[in-house]
Design a protein around this ligand. Structure first.
Ligand SMILES: *Cc1c(COP(=O)(O)O)cnc(C)c1O
Length: 364
């Protein structure tokens, strides 16, 4: 069978390894596995969300409200925008897919930083578009402008805070890039970890309303990280109405599930859970910074719910990740991003204890 030729140079997205794999391959009991690989919320499911799922156990036969008006209203209220500015996706991943399909073809290119969220590339390649990367993983204005001038990309991705590196771009620098590009280029500001960055330093805080005055900018957010709903698959895009209407043409009907819709609405009522998540995170990440310093290696200052440890030639990220995996500790090796580095989701106090103990054992 002959597949679409764009598939030839697409590498399948490699998700964080699931707990089930460690149980199967290494015979470790599921309860002893520590998964710090996919930036999930370590606190677990918001109890209000669990309750909503239980009390709505009998609605599986019903399609969700396809207008998603209640969720849109919740997001509009949260961000002080109009319902018409909002599109909901099965994760913000799906909104990225809509964007890619709405704008790209084989004659276009997209611009992103050297190391950033892998799905930007995959969705763009599905459309046959060319990938342009700057030299640095940080979003540097000069590097973006040089590449922009040379390639006139159709889309510029600004992932702030950036995954998998954890650094953030200041609001001032993001606006500087936006102001410098022509209206024919869409700027995607991916704020999947924005709750963490805003809580850490307001210089990095971006809200959709900062961007709504630009017709060629879209802000993306997700319920998967700070809200702890990764398994429910709900994300959103916020932009001017004209852009949202075009993206809607790419949307399949009922693109999130009845339960997903319900729990996302519930999560919007419950900011205490997000605050609790951030408080735990801020306490625990300090331990990861101290641990790196004590053991003599570098880390990237993090504005996210994970931290990236950078190794020199005396340490090998692949070996360390594999050895940790055999011990039931799942973290993310960044070798496939061309970095001798690992990304660790900040866990609970107990999970982090287990990580530190095992890490010290595998590096001897
Ligand atoms: C997690 C993540 C997303 C989206 O996740 P969904 O679960 O699809 O909402 C988007 N961008 C970045 C950078 C992420 O890390």
């Amino acid at each position: 069978m002959k597949f679409n030729k764009v598939l030839e140079n697409i590498k399948t997205y490699e998700a964080g390894k699931p707990i089930e794999l460690v149980v199967r391959e290494f015979g470790i009991d599921a309860k002893d596995v520590v998964k710090l690989a996919s930036n999930e919320n370590p606190i677990g499911t918001n109890p209000a969300v669990s309750k909503a799922i239980r009390s709505n156990a009998d609605i599986a036969h019903l399609y969700p409200d396809d207008s998603m008006l209640e969720l849109k209203a919740s997001l509009s209220a949260m961000f002080n925008v109009e319902n018409e500015n909002v599109i909901i996706g099965a994760g913000s991943d799906q909104v990225l897919e809509f964007i890619s399909r709405a704008l790209l073809d084989e004659d276009s290119s997209v611009l992103m930083s050297a190391v950033t969220f892998a799905m930007y590339e995959i969705y763009a390649k599905q459309m046959g578009a060319k990938i342009i990367r700057t030299a640095s993983y940080e979003h540097k204005y000069d590097e973006f402008m040089e590449a922009y001038t040379m390639h006139k990309p159709k889309i510029i991705y600004i992932c702030t805070p950036n995954n998998p590196t954890g650094d953030a771009t200041s609001k001032e620098d993001v606006l500087k890039i936006i102001e410098a590009v022509n209206k024919d280029t869409l700027v995607v500001v991916d704020g999947a970890y924005m709750e963490y960055a805003s809580a850490k330093d307001t210089k990095y805080a971006i809200v959709p309303n900062d961007l709504l005055c630009y017709e060629n900018v879209i802000y993306l957010g997700t319920f998967s990280k700070a809200h702890g709903l990764g398994g429910m698959r709900v994300g959103y895009g916020i932009a001017q109405e004209g852009l949202i209407q075009e993206l809607y043409k790419m949307r399949p009907p009922f693109n999130i599930t009845t339960l997903s819709l319900l729990v996302a609405i519930e999560a919007c009522k419950n900011n205490a859970f997000v605050e609790e998540s951030i408080t735990l995170h801020q306490e625990q990440i300090k331990r990861y910074e101290a641990f790196a310093q004590e053991n003599g290696f570098e880390y990237i200052e993090s504005y996210t719910n994970f931290i990236t440890y950078l190794f020199d030639e005396n340490m090998n990220s692949t070996k360390i990740s594999d050895d940790l995996l055999k011990r039931g500790v799942i973290i993310r090796n960044l070798a496939s991003y061309g970095m001798n580095a690992i990304r660790i989701t900040i866990g609970t106090e107990k999970q982090n204890d287990i990580f530190f103990r095992n890490f010290l054992e595998v590096i001897v």
